[in-house]
Design a protein around this ligand. Structure first.
Ligand code: GLU
Length: 289
């Protein structure tokens, strides 16, 4: 069996919160407990949504919690040529087309058809590449089944849920789906561990991996943390930023939220992480929530 490679891939759209720490810690422990490698990738695809310095705050926060990657962090903003190359490959295979639909038009069609899936109206129009979005033309069989290590068997037919989906936006920004697939493959990621809010992106990512003839990693989606009102913890919901001066306490909290058995009190983060690596049981993560 090849080496396990895991990753934590935060978008620098704000500070890390307890929900992000769960994903960071679980992906770290999965990798460490398999004697694999763990990488940190900053997903800075959308400068307008990234406050200045947020990337450095995130890295400082990971460092304060002693969650240290095995290589210097990579930045998606420095990897555009790879994304461009993947688009070229899809274009050569007739799998890419330009789309001029505005948000308002898309919304209207969604209401009319009562479906979230794009209806493919631009797919035969031969529009120019510049100033238009680029969509992936779905392959003939876009129904995917995969087994998530926590959420279990998942099935999604992309014809019904997304239709041909966007890989490069009209403003020229690369879509998350494209960048994440290209990078997971380029970095040799063998298992993606992340929050369940991203579960419904997975079928699109598998479809894209197959379209680009890339290796498919395994998937593990963690139940989401919720606040006392049942709202998911997220930057959008203003989840409080992690306090680096309570790093050990934060790790203990995240550990328990991952359904793991309490550990004997540890003096510091490195010893906590050592103990946690030895005691980590992925089957204790509950699929509920
Ligand atoms: N960058 C995404 C986020 O911060 C995570 C992407 C992933 O793990 O696939 O929500």
């Amino acid at each position: 069996m090849g080496e396990y490679v895991g990753r934590f891939a935060p978008s620098p759209s704000g500070a890390l919160h307890m929900g992000s720490l769960l994903a960071a810690l679980a992906s770290y422990l999965q990798a460490r407990s398999r004697r694999g490698r763990w990488l940190v990738r900053v997903e800075d695809l959308d400068p307008q949504r990234e406050p200045a310095g947020a990337d450095r705050d995130i890295l400082r926060c990971l460092c304060a919690h002693h969650l240290l990657g095995d290589a210097p962090p990579s930045y998606q903003s420095q990897r555009h040529p790879l994304y461009q190359h993947a688009l070229q490959q899809l274009r050569q295979n007739g799998r890419l087309y330009s789309c001029s639909c505005s948000r308002a038009e898309l919304k209207q069609t969604r209401l009319k058809t009562a479906s979230t899936a794009y209806d493919g109206r631009c797919s035969t129009r031969g529009l120019p590449t510049q100033t238009n979005a680029l969509r992936l033309r779905l392959a003939e069989h876009p129904k995917h089944h995969f087994i998530d290590a926590v959420a279990g068997l998942q099935t999604e037919d992309l014809r019904l849920t997304t239709g041909d989906f966007v890989l490069r936006r009209r403003d020229g920004l690369y879509a998350y789906q494209l960048a994440v697939v290209v990078d997971d493959a380029a970095q040799g990621i063998t298992e993606v561990v992340r929050g369940a809010d991203l579960l419904d992106n997975t079928a699109r990512q598998i479809h894209l991996q197959q379209s680009l003839s890339l290796n498919e990693p395994d998937y593990l989606h963690l139940p989401l943390l919720r606040d006392e009102h049942g709202q998911k913890l997220s930057k959008q919901n203003h989840a409080p930023a992690l306090d680096n001066s309570h790093a050990l306490k934060n790790l203990e909290c995240a550990w328990l939220a991952l359904g793991q058995q309490p550990l004997p009190q540890q003096p510091d983060c490195p010893s906590f992480l050592r103990e946690a690596t030895a005691a980590w049981r992925v089957e204790r993560i509950s699929a509920k929530a």
